[in-house]
Write a protein that binds this ligand. Structure first.
Ligand SMILES: Cc1cc2nc3c(=O)[nH]c(=O)nc-3n(C[C@H](O)[C@H](O)[C@H](O)COP(=O)(O)OP(=O)(O)OC[C@H]3O[C@@H](n4cnc5c(N)ncnc54)[C@H](O)[C@@H]3O)c2cc1C
Length: 407
């Protein structure tokens, strides 16, 4: 495959080793297609990623024969979601009735999931993962994308490919370089992302906390809580001026069981600002190029479904392109088919996220949002109602299935 130290030719070049890119790379390589995945970081060890592996993604691992091995990795199984609303614990979603083998969300640091996919993919000789390799531009000839330029530790790299797939997330360079038009839906929040040590003896706690217009998520990572604290967009500086003690007090008000551990959150250096957006490309493809995952449709953390959607996009892409890629280049008609298939499930989920942000999670201090009492009553007293959020979050509209064969 290598032609010279700085030139490569492959069938498919995937830019971005997140959930969408790694799943697509794995599936194409499994079908014997030459694939190069570029990832700008040196490993997958990053904090700012969703930690949720959904029942529909676990179902894909069943179809691939990988589930048993995957579940040997350390994880927690979330069989129902509870929220604490104004101090009251409310059951929100119950996964027990899902039409999937695993009736739970597996909570696992995303780096473990991506390492697992990478290890499996590396077993195929046609899979090539280039870490610390950052795409910098597209190579275009006669209106057709024919490859990617990148920088790596060994210098500049030019990768020619029959198809380039942008899976480089919500700040996608690929979609920008391709000039694909974006529709921005605007989200009124950002997230402060931090670790808070926890008492090892503490039992299971709620996932979401809502009090007087403030909202926070606590992901239990065994030794510590990964905390996502919602703030109004652009208000990070205002929070800094209030001081760390005010933030500690806000967090404790919502989750008093954190207790003295909150004091270990001492400085703003321990806190990252994650900007949240919801947007969608009007057109996901142009000749020689396709965008999927957050690069095609940035998802907010609401519902924790972005990883699942990115993986579903990857499976649909592999299902629709593998036969053609085994022979040669793919046509615009085939690329458009992927957008047509994935657009409506994404539209439904994004519309739901926009509704949730406007109605429940806007973090506005002037106009604090609140949960309607009737919704709380139904969730508490009519167990059937909890199946609806469980299905939307756990499976989602139009779950994909593996249709490609291992070579
Ligand atoms: C605060 C926050 C919390 C969230 N929590 C959850 C959650 O709990 N569950 C959930 O399902 N979703 C969650 N989401 C959404 C989820 O993170 C995304 O929808 C999902 O990661 C999209 O996957 P992806 O593969 O498309 O992109 P990404 O996960 O963003 O992966 C893109 C990859 O491309 C790489 N890359 C970028 N540019 C380049 C380049 N030029 N060259 C090479 N590589 C490049 C990046 O390093 C990265 O590895 C959250 C989002 C936010 C903002």
């Amino acid at each position: 495959m290598p032609e010279s130290p700085n030139k490569l030719t492959t069938r498919c070049c995937i830019v971005g080793g997140g959930p969408a890119g790694m799943m697509l790379g794995f599936l194409l390589a499994r079908s014997g297609i030459e694939v190069v995945v570029l990832e700008k970081h040196k490993d997958f060890l990053r904090d700012f990623r969703g930690d949720t592996i959904h029942p529909s993604t676990l179902e894909l691992l069943v179809e691939l024969g990988l589930l048993d091995e995957f579940l040997k990795l350390p994880h927690q199984e979330l069989r129902a979601v509870h929220g604490t609303i104004e101090g009251q614990e409310i059951p929100i979603a119950d996964f027990a009735h899902l039409p999937t083998k695993c009736k739970f969300i597996a909570f696992m640091p995303q780096w473990d999931f991506l390492n697992f996919l990478a290890e499996k993919a590396k077993q195929f000789p046609t899979f090539h993962l280039h870490l610390e390799t950052k795409a910098t531009d597209l190579i275009e000839e006669n209106g057709q994308v024919v490859g990617v330029r990148a920088t790596s530790l060994t210098g500049e790299l030019a990768i020619r490919a029959d198809i380039v797939v942008g899976t480089d997330g919500r700040a996608s360079l690929i979609r920008e370089k391709a000039g694909l038009p974006v529709q921005d839906f605007g989200v009124p929040i950002d997230v402060l992302w931090m670790r808070i040590p926890k008492d090892p003896l503490l039992g299971e706690q709620s996932l979401g906390y809502f009090k007087a217009g403030q909202f926070m998520v606590l992901i239990d990572r065994q030794e510590y809580f990964q905390c996502g604290y919602i703030i109004p967009k652009g208000q990070f500086e205002t929070h800094k001026q209030r001081g760390i003690a005010a933030l500690q007090a806000d967090i404790l008000r919502m989750a008093p069981f954190i207790g003295d551990h909150i004091r270990e959150l001492k400085s703003w250096d321990q806190i990252s600002l994650l900007t949240v957006k919801i947007d969608r490309l009007r057109q996901w493809a142009k000749p020689g190029l396709l965008c999927i995952g957050d690069a095609a449709h940035a998802m907010s953390p609401a519902g924790g479904v972005g990883v699942n959607m990115a993986i579903q996009d990857a499976v649909a892409t592999a299902n629709l392109l593998t036969a053609s890629l085994q022979k040669g280049p793919v046509t615009m008609t085939e690329l458009d088919r992927i957008q047509r298939r994935r657009l409506w499930p994404i539209r439904i989920i994004q519309a739901g996220q926009i509704f949730v942000h406007r109605r429940f999670i806007n973090a506005s201090i002037d106009k604090p949002s609140s949960f309607p009492p009737f919704a709380i009553w139904f969730l508490k007293h009519v167990p059937f109602v909890r199946r609806i959020p469980a299905y939307l979050v756990g499976v989602g509209p139009l779950p994909e299935h593996i249709q490609t064969k291992a070579k």
